[in-house]
Design a binder for this molecule. Structure first.
Ligand SMILES: O=C(O)C1=C[C@@H](OP(=O)(O)O)[C@@H](O)[C@H](O)C1
Ligand SMILES: C=C(OP(=O)(O)O)C(=O)O
Length: 427
């Protein structure tokens, strides 16, 4: 018996919303962002821009941004909350303006790296001071920036490069940035694509060598596509329940590398169809393991695969994810610790993780795969969401210590998962 296909209602992309907010703020005039993500990270970004003097008005399904066409003036204290994108995208923008700006954020965000960005801004001639161990709080005494040549270290996060690139069209001269050791490359492609949508002139002269001309941005209306990282939980849910889940609005032309996560589900035996304007994943039976996959370019989704891997019939090894230790939590340690609490064996190293099958894995059986556990979310939305998918196959056995932490990117996550996979239908 095949059950009816399910359509998941996935909110807008965090990464596109926050880039579009910044680009609209840097463009003279009004830009309308249709279907933006409304969550802690994007509201934090919007409020931070407001602190920088940008007007953003909210409508039922859109945000209207009135940009000045140049960096901020007048100085401000800017709260970045938990949002890595705010801490990494806003200081370069502020440095192109005038005045003193002090950026700060939560304890979690203060612990995340920022030094390569502060150093790069310093080399460009900005006056930047970090008061912490290298991260926030960060003070920028802004007096405009000139262009030139700049080397950037992208080994810890691609967000440093994205922040510098998005500020570059506001510089007085062209800027050529050369990046070393870049992780999460698809996010740079997203940055370049969105900069061009907002009228910037930017070229990748050779791999990792990017030149931006001056000339600023043009106000632009943009429809924000659904968030591919968020969609990964619903695609994984389809794969482990034998159901079919479609996400409209996420297709071939997506700007998000994380849509590539569905290929790992294909390897695990699910049926995957990526169309022009939607993607569908259908579970076809017990998950197949016995494979290795490098998820370095799509590391926000490695936990989705790792959390369902105990259901596979053989071990799954995930490589290239060292930088995932520097996010909301040390994600390799958080996944390994929670799987251990579920009675699942893992092995891990600096940048890899192997997950072994749970007790009854590969048989299609349900609850025996994991033993009852309270999942430690570490205030990390993705740990909560990934383990909620495993919970579909062990109803009543897994609880989250902090279910509300999903609000960073999808406050309605539990309601949507429960709407599509009501508890009474689970085995
Ligand atoms: O640029 C972006 O929007 C993001 C880049 C990635 O970070 P890293 O470049 O630090 O891997 C990703 O993990 C984050 O959720 C969003
Ligand atoms: C790493 C993440 O967020 P950010 O770096 O934007 O805070 C994430 O959303 O998984």
């Amino acid at each position: 018996m095949s059950a009816a296909p399910l359509t998941a209602r996935i909110p807008g992309s965090k990464s596109i919303t926050n880039r579009a907010l910044l680009l609209a703020a840097a463009a003279p005039g009004t830009s309308t962002l249709q279907d933006p993500l409304v969550s802690e990270d994007t509201v934090a970004f919007r409020d931070a821009l407001t602190a920088l003097g940008v007007r953003v008005s909210e409508h039922a399904t859109s945000w209207e941004v009135s940009g000045a066409g140049h960096g901020p003036t007048g100085g401000a204290r800017v709260w970045c909350a938990d949002a890595g994108t705010a801490a990494r995208f806003l200081p370069p923008f502020a440095a192109t303006g005038r005045g003193t700006y002090v950026f700060d954020g939560s304890g979690q965000l203060r612990a995340r790296p920022l030094r390569p960005l502060a150093d790069a801004l310093g080399r460009l001639g900005a006056k930047v001071r970090t008061e912490g161990v290298g991260g926030l709080p960060l003070r920028v005494d802004a007096d405009g920036l000139r262009g030139g040549e700049l080397a950037v270290d992208g080994g810890l996060s691609s967000q440093f490069l994205s922040g510098l690139l998005m500020a570059a069209p506001l510089l007085s001269d062209p800027l050529t940035v050369t990046v070393r050791d870049l992780v999460s490359r698809p996010y740079i492609d997203m940055t370049l694509a969105l900069m061009r949508r907002f009228g910037a002139r930017v070229d990748e002269d050779a791999p990792g060598v990017i030149t931006t001309a001056g000339g600023g941005y043009t106000a632009t209306d943009l429809v924000i596509e659904p968030d591919a990282s968020t969609a990964s939980y619903f695609f994984a849910a389809a794969a482990v329940t034998g159901r079919s889940v479609t996400v409209p609005g996420l297709g071939h032309d997506s700007l998000q590398g994380d849509l590539g996560f569905v290929e790992t589900l294909r390897t695990a035996g699910a049926r995957v169809e990526i169309r022009a304007d939607s993607t569908t994943v259908t579970g076809t039976g017990p998950l197949r393991g016995g494979f290795e996959v490098d998820m370095g370019t799509i590391s926000d989704t490695f936990m989705t695969l790792a959390a369902i891997a105990p259901l596979a019939d053989a071990p799954v090894t995930i490589r290239g994810i060292g930088h995932a230790r520097l996010k909301e939590s040390d994600r390799i340690a958080a996944v390994a610790g929670n799987l251990a609490a579920c009675g699942v064996t893992t092995e891990s190293g600096r940048d890899w993780l192997t997950v072994h099958p749970g007790a009854e894995a590969g048989t299609g059986a349900g609850t025996g795969v994991v033993r009852p556990a309270r999942i430690a979310c570490h205030r990390d939305h993705r740990i909560a969401m990934a383990f909620s998918v495993l919970g579909l196959r062990a109803p009543g056995r897994l609880t989250l210590d902090d279910p509300a932490c999903v609000g960073k990117t999808f406050p309605g996550f539990h309601a949507e998962l429960n709407r599509l996979f009501p508890k009474e239908t689970l085995t």
